[in-house]
Design a protein around this ligand. Sequence first.
Ligand code: C2E
Ligand code: MG
Ligand code: MG
Ligand code: MG
Length: 279
Amino acid sequence: YLAKERGNTYQFYTSEIGESSSKLVELEVRLRKALDQNEFQLYYQPKVSLESGTLEGLEALLRWKQPENGWVSPSEFIPLAEKTGLIRPIGEWVLRTVCRHCKLWKQQGFPPIRVSINLSMSQFQQENWVQTIYRILQEEEVSPKSIELELTESTIMHDPESIISMLKELKSVGIHLSIDDFGTGYSSLSYLKRLPIDILKIDKSFVQDLSENAEDAMIIKAIISLAHSLDLKVVAEGVEQKDQLRFLESEGCDMAQGYLFSRPLAAEQIPAMFAEFGW
Ligand code: C2E
Ligand code: MG
Ligand code: MG
Ligand code: MG
């Protein structure tokens, strides 16, 4: 399977981002080794309620620290992990590690917190993916209510009928669901109505240009109103500035994430962050 995919991978990469194929072979080999040798880490970014200022949850963000070169950004290695199929074992590692951190924080006396996990399209194409999620949660003794899964519009629209049925199953056991980077992909409003999701996350590109770009402000307003009329909560991503926060508050956005509140933090830093939020 991987051998067959391999040709496509290099073609995709050489044409799309102009990387040399030898560099990509190297990166794929390194990515496998990274998984075997525990070079991945999870960072967590708080999600804050705009009404009360309270902590609402965390988003888990994958980090890869290469001993020889330092940090590699997920936007560099996730696309390759998707193309090679390595995203599947990596995704299972992410879920299991989130569960272990949840258990650890519980042992340290903190109340349960909901943690959201980013999922790629190819993970939904994995056979028995829903069962794999249940199995990991059971093995790690973590409640499905503590987990939120973030999908993008393109994941959903790739195969809406089968995704909807998987999402309904996940939702029925109490897992929360959100659409990430909302507004950047294309999704059909008729599907949006049928999806068993709880949250829309406004893509950070709209938030970032908010003050200079009247259209972005209008788009944010429209997304908030669309979400609320469908009975969904809205999270704004990438909030860095006070004026962005004030605009989002005045438009009734429910939650926000961004450097203004906190950068993504290493797991060891989370107890101190919990303490600051009075969690
Ligand atoms: P995303 O899920 O949309 O995550 C938000 C990204 O915005 C993260 O980048 C985060 O560090 C960054 N961010 C947060 N606050 C701010 C801010 O105020 N300003 C700016 N400029 N950026 C902010 P990161 O960690 O580099 O992740 C990039 C993307 O990689 C994620 O986008 C997600 O699509 C993907 N990703 C990350 N972890 C995983 C994972 O475990 N599995 C999968 N499948 N994808 C992942
Ligand atoms: Mg996300
Ligand atoms: Mg996003
Ligand atoms: Mg993204």
